[in-house]
Write a protein that binds this ligand. Structure first.
Ligand SMILES: Cc1cc2nc3c(=O)[nH]c(=O)nc-3n(C[C@H](O)[C@H](O)[C@H](O)COP(=O)(O)OP(=O)(O)OC[C@H]3O[C@@H](n4cnc5c(N)ncnc54)[C@H](O)[C@@H]3O)c2cc1C
Ligand code: SF4
Length: 472
């Protein structure tokens, strides 16, 4: 603990955003980094708690008090080394993680947690700027070959760990570029994609071979990989969206969020749209059904495209403004949160269910909703209509896609529809086939995907070598 009285002397100060009126004019990141002194001051607020709840609240168990101390003492390079010892890609989490560590921080008991995410991002951004982040090439090769299917954060973390352990790693990705939902789901304004590109470059230099446009189980048999490689890791994500089976679902102008969002990400990076009909919100009244992260990303993207209005509907009741700390801390609390996209001017409504989608000449023109009680039962007489030219369904994801790779491998599926594999071994029911990330745990977060990719890599290394030095 660098400064014993830091938390008493210094107030919490976090990164600010560019004004909404400026940021919605483009797709660039809009979070303004804190200056070096401010980051050091914020790091000095850390109390180096006897039980660091932040460390436990973080899914990759970042050693938060340690790097807070290193930043306060101006040892940024060592802070970066420490941060990388638990997290392959802190610049991703430093931008888009909801930061469960901050909810767990002891100082959150007074609503002023250490600005952990901001400090994390400052350490790794400085590392890139200073040229400290370079390929870590394995000193010796093992002669073992591993295929990783899926280039999202789980697959990338897994591939990087295995390459650094000396294995010959081949990553197969069905899209034209790697990154998974980081690249095609999460909008550029939350994370610009050059952050992924430089990691791919680093990984390629470390010996990972990337195979793009390779849809395993469709363009290439999964069985070929199983036969050719010593181990195969399935990190294909949870890509099956939850649908809304109501009248009017098939009208033109009603789309899944993940039909809409990847198009804009592709436009931003001059990648072709894959011969699909363009979906654009410009000049339209947009209704987003679903109140989570994906819904927020639809809002921010719609505003940037020039939507006339955006309304977001959530079936759950309005959450409380503040949590009861004594009941919830150090766990993640249910409370009202307003994302940067929602703050750009969306109208939000809670405890609302969609009854039907109304069309005219095959095109959506409105939706009919009804209010629900706390048991999610429709309240009679509370029906209302909302004008809608574009309806985006952002109600989460039910499971991985089974057709193709998983069906071909005949891998066991658990009760929730995910690939069955435990977190002790990450082994699936198929010999030498492992699974991690959303494909194994279901729809989750980037930080959980990184954790699972790292842990699965360790288990694969142990399976191949009978011993492992990779961390869990
Ligand atoms: C719109 C949106 C916004 C989100 N925002 C956030 C956020 O702000 N913060 C956060 O922490 N989490 C967020 N999430 C969740 C987070 O993105 C995921 O939990 C995380 O990306 C899961 O990582 P993954 O590697 O397991 O899977 P994915 O990121 O889904 O990657 C899976 C990859 O596998 C590929 N693939 C699938 N099947 C095959 C196959 N048969 N052959 C070859 N390749 C295949 C896919 O193309 C994809 O590239 C968001 C999710 C969405 C949809
Ligand atoms: S819980 Fe908060 S104050 Fe305590 S060690 Fe972690 S970051 Fe520091």
């Amino acid at each position: 603990m660098g400064k014993t009285t830091g938390f008493l002397e210094i107030d919490r100060q976090d990164r600010k955003y560019l004004p909404a009126s400026d940021r919605i004019r483009n797709y660039k990141e809009f979070v303004i980094p804190l200056g070096e002194k401010a980051v050091r001051d914020q790091a000095s607020r850390c109390m180096d708690c006897g039980i660091p709840y932040c460390h436990n609240g973080c899914p990759v168990n970042n050693q938060i008090p340690d790097w807070n101390d290193l930043v306060y003492n101006d040892n940024w390079a060592e802070a970066l080394r420490n941060l990388h010892s638990t997290n392959n890609f802190p610049e991703f989490t430093g931008r888009i993680c909801p930061a469960p560590c901050e909810a767990s921080c002891t100082l959150n008991l007074t609503e002023a947690p250490v600005t952990i995410k901001t400090i994390e991002c400052a350490i790794v951004d400085r590392g890139w700027a200073e040229g400290w982040i370079v390929p870590q090439i394995a000193p010796a090769k093992t002669g073992k070959r591993v295929a990783v299917v899926g280039g999202g954060p789980a697959g990338l973390a897994c591939a990087q760990q295995l390459a650094r352990a000396g294995h010959d790693v081949h990553l197969y990705e069905k899209n034209a570029k790697a990154g998974g939902l980081l690249r095609y789901g999460i909008p550029d304004f939350k994370m610009e994609k050059h952050t992924i590109d430089r990691r791919i470059k680093q990984m390629a230099a470390e010996g990972v071979t990337f195979h793009y446009n390779a849809n395993i189980g469709v363009t290439q048999k999964a069985a070929e990989l199983v036969a050719e490689f010593d181990a195969v890791v399935l990190t294909g994500g949870a890509e099956k969206p939850r649908d809304l089976p109501v009248e009017g679902r098939n009208l033109s102008g009603v789309h899944f969020a993940m039909e809409f969002l990847p198009q804009q990400n592709r436009r931003n990076s001059d990648e072709p749209l894959m011969n699909v009909e363009p979906i654009l919100a410009g000049g339209k009244h947009v209704v987003v059904i679903g109140g989570g992260d994906t819904g927020s990303d639809c809002i921010g993207t719609s505003f940037r495209q020039g939507a006339v209005s955006v309304t977001q509907l959530e079936i759950m009741p309005t959450p409380p403004d503040k949590e009861n700390k004594l009941l919830t801390w150090p766990d993640w609390p249910l409370k009202m949160r307003t994302s940067s996209s929602q703050a750009e001017g969306a109208t939000r409504d809670f405890a609302v269910m969609t009854r039907r989608i109304i069309g005219d000449a095959g095109k959506v023109k409105a939706i009919e909703c009804v209010r629900v009680d706390d048991k999610m039962q429709a309240i009679e007489g509370s029906n209302f209509e909302l004008k809608a030219d574009l309806v985006l369904l952002a109600m989460g994801f039910v499971s991985p896609v089974h057709e193709g790779m998983l069906t071909e491998l005949d891998v066991e599926i658990d009760k929730r529809g995910n690939v069955a594999a435990d977190t002790a071994t990450y082994k699936s029911s198929c010999d030498k086939v492992f699974s991690a990330g959303d494909m194994r745990r279901g729809q989750s977060l980037v930080v959980w995907a990184i954790r699972e990719g790292r842990q699965a890599a360790r288990e694969v290394d142990f399976f191949l070598m009978g011993e492992t030095l990779l961390p869990r």
